[in-house]
Design a binder for this molecule. Structure first.
Ligand code: NDP
Ligand code: 2IT
Length: 449
C-alpha cells in the first residue's frame, strides 16, 4: 500500500515539475512536503480520489505585471511584480511581499506553497499566498521606494482585499514599504480597509509585537524543542545569519532568555562579537541607518567583520539561519555538527538544503523547519487582522502571550503528528503532515474547485 502511495505521490511531483520547468526552489519545496505526507495519504485514500494533491500543487491564481517607476535622476525603470494566490481553502490568501533582485516566479511559488502549510499550522483561518518584485531597494532613497510601491499597488490592488488577499512584509519589505503600499491602496480603493495589509505601523492599524514576532516566535519554538530533551535556552551560545527583521528579534529574544548570540550577517559578510551581539547597535546600523553589516564592527571593539566568509564555521550550541533560502548547505551542516550544535531553527524560509537537513537529522540534532518555527510572524499578522476587524488595540504583553501560546501549539501539533505518522522527533514530517491534513480536509469538504 505504501509503495503504491509512493508511486502516486512521485507521479504528482513529476507532473508538477514538468508543468513548471526552471523553478528549482519550487520543486525543492514540493519535494519536501510530498515526501513527508506519504504515510498520511496511505491512511486517507479519500484524498487521492478527490485529487487533493493535484489541486494543491497548482496555484489557484498567479498574477504577474509590469511595474514602471522613475528614479531620482528621472530615468524610467521597469520591474516585474508578482502575487501568487496559492490556496484559499482555510481563509483569505495571506503571505508576505519580497523585494529582492533574485525574485522570480519559481521563488514566489516556493514561498507561496510553503505559506499554505505554515498558515494552516497557526490554526487562524488564513490561506497561502506570496508576492513581491525583482526590485532592489538597496541604496535607493525614500522617494524612489515610495514611487515603486505606489506603482506596484496601482496594479495589484484589484487582486487584494481584507477578505480576499492580505500581504505583509518579507525580505526588503518592512513598515516603510507597507506604509507606502497601504497609502496607495487606500487612495485607489477609496476605503480605509485596515486589514488589507499587515505589518502596519503602530498608530495606523499596526499590531503590537508584529515587528518582533517572527524572531521571537523562532526562539519560543527553540525553547519548546529543547524542553523535550530537558534542556533550556539559558546559557547557550547561538550562531545567527541575517541582520534583518527575523535575525534581529531572534537575537533580542535569545538574550532575554539568557543565551548569547555571537554573529549576524548580510550579503556582504558577517560579524562575530565575542561579547554577544549588541541589539541596539544592530538596529541602529541596519534598521535606522540602513548600512552594511561591516559598520557594526567599525563601532564595536569586541566585534570583527569577516567579508564573504561562512558564518556556520563559528562554534555555537544553536544555529538560526535567518537570511534566505539555501544559505546553509551540507558542508555548513557538517561544520556545525563537528562543533557540537544541539539545535537548528529555520528563521528564514527553506534556508537549509535537503542534504543539510538530512545530516542534522542523522546526527540527532534538533531541527525545526521554517514553516513551523517562523510561523510567529504570520500568526501575529492574523492577530493584527483580528484587531483591525474589531477596532481594538491589544497591549504588548497580552499579544506576546498569544504569540507564545500559538507557537507552543504548533510545536506540539508537529511533535504529535511526527509520532502518529511513524517518524518520532522528525519535525519536518510532523509539521507537513499536521498542516496537510487541515488543508486537505477543508478542500475535501468544499468540493472540486
Ligand atoms: P529583511 O529584509 O529584514 O532581512 C534580510 C536579511 O537577509 C538581510 O540581512 C539581508 O542582507 C540578508 N539576505 C537577503 N538575501 C540574501 C542573500 N541572497 N544572501 C545573503 N544574505 C541575504 O528580511 P526578513 O528578516 O524579513 O526575512 C529573512 C528571512 O525570513 C526570509 O527568508 C523570509 O522569507 C523569512 N521570513 C520572514 C518573516 C517576516 O515576518 N519578516 C516571516 C517568516 C519568514 P542584505 O541587506 O545584504 O540583502
Ligand atoms: O514568510 C512569512 O511567513 C512572512 N513573510 C510573513 C507573512 C505575513 O503575512 O505576515
Amino acid at each position: 500500500m505504501q509503495s503504491d502511495t509512493k508511486n502516486y505521490v512521485a507521479s504528482v511531483y513529476e507532473e508538477a515539475v514538468r508543468r513548471s520547468p526552471g523553478e528549482p526552489e519550487f520543486h525543492q519545496a514540493l519535494h519536501e512536503v510530498l515526501d513527508s505526507i506519504v504515510p498520511v495519504l496511505a491512511q486517507h485514500p479519500e484524498y487521492e480520489r478527490a485529487g487533493i494533491l493535484e489541486r494543491l500543487v497548482e496555484p489557484e491564481r498567479q498574477v504577474m505585471f509590469r511595474v514602471p517607476w522613475q528614479d531620482d535622476s528621472g530615468l524610467v525603470r521597469v520591474n516585474r511584480g508578482y502575487r501568487v494566490q496559492f490556496n484559499s481553502a482555510l481563509g483569505p490568501y495571506k503571505g508576505g511581499l519580497r523585494f529582492h533582485s533574485s525574485v522570480n516566479l519559481g521563488i514566489m511559488k516556493f514561498l507561496g506553497f510553503e505559506q499554505i502549510f505554515k498558515n494552516a499550522l497557526t490554526g487562524q483561518g488564513i490561506g497561502g499566498g506570496k508576492g513581491g518584485s525583482d526590485f532592489d531597494p538597496h541604496g535607493l532613497g525614500d522617494a524612489e521606494v515610495m514611487r515603486f510601491c505606489q506603482s506596484w499597488m496601482t496594479e495589484a490592488y484589484r487582486h487584494l482585499g481584507d477578505y480576499t488577499d492580505v500581504p505583509a512584509g518579507d525580505i526588503g519589505v518592512g513598515t516603510r514599504e507597507i506604509g507606502y503600499l497601504f497609502g496607495q491602496y487606500r487612495r485607489i480603493a477609496n476605503r480605509h480597509e485596515a486589514g488589507v495589509l499587515t505589518g502596519k505601523g503602530i498608530g495606523w492599524g499596526g499590531a503590537q509585537v508584529r515587528t518582533e514576532a517572527t524572531g521571537y516566535g523562532a526562539v519560543y519554538f527553540l525553547k519548546s524543542m529543547l524542553e523535550t530533551r530537558g534542556e533550556s535556552v539559558e546559557g547557550k551560545t547561538a550562531i545567527i545569519s541575517g541582520s534583518g527583521n527575523v535575525a534581529t528579534y531572534a537575537i533580542e529574544k535569545l538574550h532575554q532568555l539568557g543565551a548569547r548570540a555571537l554573529t549576524a550577517s548580510d550579503s556582504t559578510g558577517y560579524v562575530i562579537d565575542s561579547e554577544g551581539i549588541d541589539v541596539a547597535l544592530l538596529k541602529q546600523v541596519k534598521e535606522v541607518e540602513r548600512l552594511r553589516i561591516s559598520a557594526y564592527a567599525d563601532r564595536r571593539s569586541s566585534a570583527r567583520f569577516v567579508a564573504q566568509g561562512r558564518v556556520w564555521e563559528t562554534p555555537g550550541d544553536i544555529a538560526i539561519p535567518a537570511a534566505t533560502q539555501n544559505e546553509l548547505g551540507s558542508d555548513d551542516a557538517a561544520a556545525l555538527i563537528r562543533n557540537g550544535v544541539v539545535a537548528v531553527v529555520e528563521g528564514a524560509n527553506m534556508p537549509c538544503t535537503p542534504d543539510a537537513v538530512e545530516l542534522f537529522q542523522e546526527s540527532s540534532v534538533l531541527f525545526a523547519p521554517g514553516k513551523a518555527a517562523n510561523a510567529g510572524g504570520v500568526a501575529t499578522s492574523a492577530l493584527e487582522m483580528a484587531q483591525n476587524a474589531s477596532r481594538e488595540n491589544w497591549d504588548f504583553e497580552s499579544s506576546e502571550a498569544r504569540l507564545r501560546d500559538i507557537i507552543c501549539q504548533i510545536h506540539d501539533a508537529a511533535f504529535d503528528a511526527a509520532e502518529r505518522y511513524g517518524a518520532p522527533g522528525d519535525y519536518v514530517v510532523g509539521a507537513n503532515a499536521a498542516a496537510f491534513v487541515r488543508v486537505a480536509d477543508a478542500m475535501l469538504a468544499q468540493g472540486i474547485i
